[in-house]
Design a protein around this ligand. Structure first.
Ligand code: ADP
Length: 450
């Protein structure tokens, strides 16, 4: 039988820290252990994929479900579209997700955001984390966005993308949340009233015990939110092992490697075989891209050389041209021959131009609505294998399609698994975060379906 000690207080390394106190082995009917709240849809599948790869049986729900939680799993990821909405709304949605995950029986919680810490001066990372801490009654959490497999590392509190600082990585041109400061301590401190500190690399290198001691020392120093340096998966493992007793952890999908290690070490993961094999999905194939990130720009350029492609333009949409109808007529004539690409992806100068003329919010919303409407028409026309590029874009598309939950399938590239819609209509979906994937991602993904 599964037994949980309730959230309590435990002495650790000389300081009082809150503990989620999990122990004992689990039976398949036991409630899930880890409840995750992801602030966008591609990030959620990235996290779910990482958990599954690390032996954690995971189901992903789109939005806060109305129904009771599934059983026979170790973790639930609730995917929200809360990254770029108003702060108050993001907080309310995240608290709803937390309440549902608590009712599902989860004992530890992960707030997942982008490994490039996508946010603005107002949030939403700081305010959401703060609200979750308040609700859980905890005074300390960590921020660990590092995702080394995709080149995101944190050193001395500064976020790097490959060899570049975040603010020189192309993310300074993001259409919705340009990242202009690479210091996460500074960035987060501007988003929260709580005191932000750093667990620097020399501490992380000491391993789990050293990191736990640092948690305690930081709390004695009045720090409530600690950025954690991490440059490789081993760092994430040590941080995850150290954070096993913390009720709320925050980070990118990489920290799931550490949290999974902790669950495995404690013998907490289900070991019975999966009940259902992954489905084989027949049907037409399409790519919808609303991401303007550099990796997506390259992927779109390569796919355009190999497959029919149609460009959606915010200025045309704003002037009343029915580009959804045009794209659909165009696609109907080509879908039978192989995958088609419909994209709004463009370079930073064109995005800036559209934003100057329309405003950033309106330009983004016009594109998201057009691509979501198009996705519905494509599925009505028989598309069952769909790749969507862009976090916000994927959120809009999945909401329009009414997809409620996803099972996780094989990984295409780090952070992007194939997923399968739960429900009546079997569909394969790959939700690609802007900067993820190799240049030939849209070409190679199809052969990785079961
Ligand atoms: P990523 O994962 O790369 O961040 P998102 O889909 O999250 O991608 O965000 C990209 C945003 O840019 C979306 O809101 C999208 O509608 C918007 N967008 C896409 N194409 C254009 C364009 N041509 N001009 C202006 N905004 C655009």
């Amino acid at each position: 039988m599964t037994r949980f000690r309730s959230i309590g207080t435990e002495t650790n390394a000389g300081a009082e820290i809150q503990s989620i106190g999990m122990d004992a082995s689990r039976i398949p009917e036991a409630p899930p252990l880890l409840g995750c709240i992801a602030d966008d849809f591609t990030g959620a599948t990235d996290l779910s994929g990482t958990l599954v790869k690390n032996g954690v049986r995971t189901v992903q729900m789109m939005g806060v479900p109305q129904s009771p939680p599934p059983r026979g799993i170790d973790a639930i990821v609730v995917a929200l579209k809360s990254r770029s909405i108003a702060r108050e709304e993001a907080v309310a949605l995240s608290l709803d997700a937390l309440a549902w995950l608590r009712s599902a029986g989860c004992r530890q919680f992960l707030f997942k955001y982008c490994s490039t810490f996508d946010s603005t001066e107002q949030g939403n990372i700081g305010p959401v984390a703060e609200a979750l801490m308040d609700k859980l009654g905890t005074d300390f959490t960590i921020f660990c966005p590092s995702f080394p497999a995709n080149g995101r590392t944190v050193f001395q509190g500064h976020l790097f993308v490959g060899r570049s600082l975040l603010s020189e990585s192309g993310m300074e041109n993001h259409p919705l949340n340009p990242m202009l400061d690479s210091s996460l301590v500074r960035l987060l401190q501007r988003q929260t009233k709580r005191t932000v500190g750093l667990i620097d690399y020399s501490t992380v290198r000491l391993g789990c015990t050293g990191i736990r001691n640092a948690f305690a020392q930081l709390q004695r120093d009045g720090v409530q939110m600690a950025i954690a340096d991490a440059v490789c998966d081993q760092d994430l493992r040590e941080i995850g092992l150290a954070a096993g007793e913390i009720p709320l952890v925050t980070g990118g999908s990489g920290i799931a490697i550490g949290l999974a290690a902790r669950l495995r070490q404690d013998g907490m993961l289900l070991s019975s075989p999966e009940r259902d094999p992954l489905p084989k999905v027949a049907g037409l194939s399409a790519v919808i891209s609303g991401s303007c990130s550099q990796a997506t720009q390259r992927q779109v350029a390569i796919m355009r050389d190999h497959a029919p492609s149609f460009q959606i333009d915010p200025l045309s949409l704003a002037s009343g041209v029915d580009q959804v109808d045009q794209a659909m007529r165009w696609a109907s004539e080509r879908l039978q021959q192989g995958p088609v690409l419909v994209y709004a992806t463009t370079d930073a100068a064109a995005v800036k131009n559209a934003q100057t003329l329309l405003g950033a919010k309106r330009a983004g919303a016009l594109i998201e609505k057009a691509l979501a409407d198009l996705a519905v028409k494509l599925v009505d026309a028989g598309v069952r294998r769909l790749i969507v590029a862009g976090g916000e874009t994927a959120g809009a598309v999945l909401e329009a399609l009414g997809v409620r939950g996803l099972r996780i399938g094989p990984e295409i590239d780090p952070g992007v698994p194939w997923t399968f819609a739960l429900g009546e209509r079997t569909m394969a979906l790959a939700l690609k975060s802007g900067n993820f994937g190799t240049p030939d991602f849209f070409l190679k993904a199809w052969s990785m379906l079961p």
